[in-house]
Write a new protein. Sequence first.
Length: 496
Amino acid sequence: MSAIKFIEKRKAGIVSCLFLSFSSIAQINHDQWQFDHTLSEAYQYSIALQISQSNDLLDSYANKQHYGWLYLSHINDVIELFINENEAKFREFEDLTDQRLEKLENAPESPFKGFYKAEIKLHKSFLHLKFGEEFSAAWNFRQAYRLTIKNIKEYPGFIYNKKSAGLQHIMIGSAPAKHQWLLNLLGFKGDVDTGLEELQTFSNSNTVYSFETDVLLAFIYSYLMQEHPHGLEIIEKYKDKLYSNLLLNYALTSILIKNSQSEEALRLLENFQYKGHISFPFSDYQKGTILLQKGEYSRSIRAFQQFISIHNGSNYIKDALYKTGLNYWMLDNAARANEFFSQAKARGHSLTEADKYADHALNQPLSDKYILKLRLLTDGGYYDEARLMASEIKGKSIVNEKDRVEFIYRQARLYDKTGDTLQAIGFYKNTILYSGDKDWYFAPNSALQLGYHYETGNNSQKAKEYFEQALSYKNHPYKNSIDNKAKAALARLKDR
């Protein structure tokens, strides 16, 4: 057989396989799998975090053997557990999930069958992480990955596969370097760019899940890719829902706080129209953070106390108690400050980045009060006040070595956020120089920021050097976060 005939035969075989795949999808009864009008309405309540309204529709739904009903019931349970972190309910959820997966296993063949199973396993993985069960999280992620690969092979034209695959590829591609050998050993393959492309393609397909996917993309661009304007742009098209959809409000306020636009975030939080939404303590946590940045310490204390009093979980409790202590310290009430620092050491988990940093800070001497205020003002985007504070600090004598280095770093951040790139670069380089081999996070984040600046300036070689330098630092409190961002940046640069 000639090479040309062989290639033509292979092409014909591929076309036939694709035709059969699409035909098999067309022949499946989607009525028992896809959301109908009632389930679509219930889902819209779910993603607005109006879980009671969603559950009311699900309870009254006549066809409870519908697999879309089963999946949406699962989603509502996942949302409630993510927010309230009720461990007893989580154990009940584990048993209920096994029952749901068994029903799906015995269901008629459908591309939705593999999709729902993979999503349920992926959600279980996230919840196990939230409750500190890393081995179970890894096991469920592996099962989700294998289910998605299988579904892609069996139904390559099924657009919903891109939702599961996209997120999985991003997670694999951004995993810390120390875990990559294990991922490779287990057969995981994926990178951030591929995952982003898959999620964007899925979002553009205008399915019922497009809004959910856009919120996810906004978080990824802002937190992982450090492309805050892109994240904000994605959210912007849903601005008519900002004061009624709690998930959207939370997403935008989180991105604004991350992007040092805390005053705008505070306005969104204070004007949100709660109407049948699930109890959401994290809004009070966000308010407490912003008010601490702004210097309204008494109001910040009240917001954090509200969060602590109604949040039943363990995540962010350590950080909220630590920040309450900082508020009292800034108010010159050392006794109350130490009381809350002691509580912070004893309570809560250290799983989130915020809690990990609080745990680290609680075992270190407090920064100079003026330098801390400079940091808070800069982080919140209160730049005029930050400049005044920096000028005031320059007139003081800084004795402590860490405070001296931190002041250099804080000036770099202020110059960077206010658009003075040349000054920022100089101060970042000095931060690295004077940090030496200390395990402070100032040097690794300076290296990361320098990488971004050289990437923007089309100096790929220098950018790569600084991103690799950011990865080289060990045992600092933001290692996972900085490493993920540096890895994502290096992935962008690999073909340049």
